[in-house]
Design a protein around this ligand. Structure first.
Ligand code: ASP
Length: 329
């Protein structure tokens, strides 16, 4: 039987409603998980660890590093790893793990639920069973398994707060579907032979701004007085930004002149950020702004945090950003 490490980090999955308002807060489900979902033990030999138990809004660099280290140190003890995680920032953690643990030759799978395991009609049980079963298979990347779909973690976005269909992978088809059978599309899987290596650390110097109609950049010039290293602007459609009124082009040029590279993403979730399509993007491109292409904003943000751990040189930041690391491009 395969050996799997199940890592419980929190999220709705294990939360209990707290009186009197019935607000969901972290509880101790991890102590009983194998009793609550006994069929798991027929799928694999499972050890359970709870390094932290948080709403995933409180998960960031520190927790990403803790998780990647924890997995790396136990890499040879298990055949696969499953992480129960809150849905809110699951895509960020999946991206972070995919950039910290490279050349994977085993699966690292994140799952969670929209409704707690303790409640009727919960999606928690099925998501966990699916994730554990998948973790015994020959998959070599960081995946999100949710609502019977298998996604590449760093391509995934949370798209719904209420539907069990909480995730989508807008620019990359799902890697598989779970129904009566598990159907994986082998042609699209990463096929690393290992050995896995660990690249810990992130540096928090990236500012993300979502540009809005008539939002003036004047509010944000004071950011240049802070120790920021990269600007990630979310424009409209294919990456367009307003100028000359309000003048985001001047803001972009100021940033680049100060040695702070500018990356441009979109507030649309599907398609390519293509700055040469319209004048409002082309001018930004000619000023040196970089498109994030088809990457999710989540993966782009986390990748930039990782790059800043490795270099602070603007040209190197740009070069590394366009390198393909873990199927994120
Ligand atoms: N707030 C929760 C979390 O991300 C939501 C969830 O798990 O679905 O931790």
């Amino acid at each position: 039987m395969k050996k799997i490490l199940l890592i419980h980090t929190g999220g709705t999955f294990g939360m209990m409603p707290m009186e009197p308002e019935q607000t969901l807060a972290p509880a101790k489900v991890q102590d009983h998980i194998l009793n609550l979902v006994p069929e798991l033990t027929r799928l694999a030999e499972i050890d359970v660890l709870t390094p932290f138990n948080k709403d995933s809004s409180n998960v960031g660099i520190e927790e990403w590093d803790l998780l990647s280290r924890l997995i790396y140190e136990r890499w040879h003890d298990y055949d696969g790893f499953v992480i129960i995680h809150g849905t809110d920032t699951m895509t960020y953690t999946a991206s972070a793990l995919s950039f910290s643990l490279r050349n994977l030759n085993k699966p690292v799978i994140l799952t969670g639920s929209q409704r707690p395991l303790s409640q009727s009609r919960s999606d928690a049980r099925l998501n966990l069973i699916d994730a554990i079963e998948l973790s015994t298979m020959d998959l070599r990347e960081v995946l999100i398994v949710f609502n019977q779909k298998i996604f590449r973690g760093n391509r995934t976005k949370k798209i719904s707060i209420k539907s069990y269909h909480a995730f989508e992978s807008p620019n990359f088809p799902p890697l598989g579907e779970i129904g009566v059978t598990i159907d994986v599309d082998n042609s699209r899987l990463l096929k690393s032979e290992g050995p896995v290596f660990h690249l810990p650390g992130f540096y928090p110097g990236v500012v993300v701004l979502a540009v809005q109609p008539s939002l003036t950049p004047e509010y944000f010039y004071s950011l240049f007085d802070q120790d920021i290293k990269v600007m990630l602007l979310l424009g409209f459609g294919s990456g367009n930004l307003p100028f000359p009124k309000p003048d985001w082009l001047k803001f972009i040029k100021t940033s680049i002149d100060r040695g702070i590279p500018v990356f441009i993403g979109s507030q649309s979730i599907q398609g390519d950020v293509n700055l040469s399509l319209y004048e409002c993007g082309r001018q930004a491109l000619e000023s040196g702004a970089q498109s994030i292409g088809q990457m999710t904003v989540e993966a782009a943000y986390v990748k930039l945090l990782k790059i800043l751990r490795l270099t602070s040189h603007p040209d190197a930041i740009i070069r590394m950003f366009h390198e393909k690391w873990a199927g994120e491009i």
